[in-house]
Design a binder for this molecule. Structure first.
Ligand code: FE2
Length: 296
């Protein structure tokens, strides 16, 4: 069984000829509630705008787009998209908050079966509210039993809850030891520093898990990591990751820019008016100007 993660910093014409789609995983819309330095805010893009932004970046690479939006603890974005003819196949995905031994663990749950998404979400919400550790195996087992659902540990080495480096490190290792059988991939995150992402990739390799991309876009800059695939559908891509343990990650040029500059460019107050003009003025990595709607 092949097990490999390959990281590319550019996509050559020769390589592109053997690929079919670019996959955008892990990004947020107006349906996520955020806090930045204690100030509550909401990402600026609605689901259609978010898909359009990610689609444009992937089409610029000459690939077909597969976009999975993952708001915090809700699937409203996917439900809204699926109510339109253009979005009827949108994957139902979520970034699930998993409180665990004092740490804030985030799991990306991608492509839940539409007929079961409601009951899945109810179980996830129950755990987030009342996190009884002994329930977690059952929930993960339940998610894992759908062969077309992907479970990704997002930004696994980010101590988001502020436990402290040593304590968080030990909790993260305990989490991996306990739940490794249900995790399909670890995430290389577009808003985390390279040193941390590099450690995640080494960790994934040591555990024989693929490392997979996650842009974690909150603002108007498209995801800084994508996956590349020969798959024609999102379910086929998931099969490639789950069964073949294969992942091709593409680092986009914006990732090499200063993180502080990128975060400033995405500072919520600059965009939280949901102002089309602000979205219009945000350049993609290739320097072209895109609106949030022109590709919708
Ligand atoms: Fe997260």
């Amino acid at each position: 069984m092949p097990r490999s993660t390959r990281l590319f910093t550019r996509l050559s014409l020769a390589r592109r000829r053997h690929l079919r789609a670019g996959v955008s995983l892990h990004s947020h819309t107006i349906h996520s509630r955020e806090s930045f330095a204690g100030v509550p805010w909401t990402p600026p893009l609605n689901p259609a705008q978010a898909v359009a932004l990610e689609t444009a970046q992937i089409q610029d690479l000459g690939l077909e787009p597969l976009v999975s939006l993952t708001d915090h603890d809700n699937i409203t974005a996917a439900l809204e998209l699926r109510a339109t003819s253009a979005g009827r196949r949108a994957p139902i995905s979520v970034e699930w908050s998993v409180p665990w031994r004092g740490a804030e663990i985030h799991l990306g749950i991608h492509n839940m079966p539409p007929a079961r998404a409601g009951e899945r979400m109810a179980a996830l919400a129950r755990f987030t509210t009342i996190p009884r550790e002994y329930d977690l195996d059952d929930i993960l087992d339940w998610l894992h039993e759908d062969p077309s659902t992907l479970i990704v540990w997002n930004h696994p080495l980010w101590d988001e809850g502020g436990l402290g480096a040593a304590r968080f490190d030990s909790v993260a290792k305990e989490f991996l030891r306990a739940y490794r059988p249900w995790l399909h991939a670890l995430e290389v995150n577009g808003l985390r520093p390279w040193k941390e992402n590099h450690r995640v990739m080494r960790w994934a390799a040591a555990e024989a898990l693929p490392a997979i991309s996650g842009g974690d876009r909150h603002g108007c800059e498209p995801n800084a990591f994508l996956n590349l695939t020969r798959a024609a559908t999102f379910a086929e891509f998931i099969d490639e990751v789950r069964e073949d343990h294969r992942s091709r990650v593409l680092m986009m040029p914006q990732y090499s820019h200063s993180l502080v500059r990128r975060l400033w460019a995405n500072w919520p107050n600059r965009y939280n008016r949901r102002d089309e003009a602000a979205i219009l003025s945000f350049p993609t990595a290739g320097g072209r100007l895109r609106t949030g709607t022109e590709n919708a």
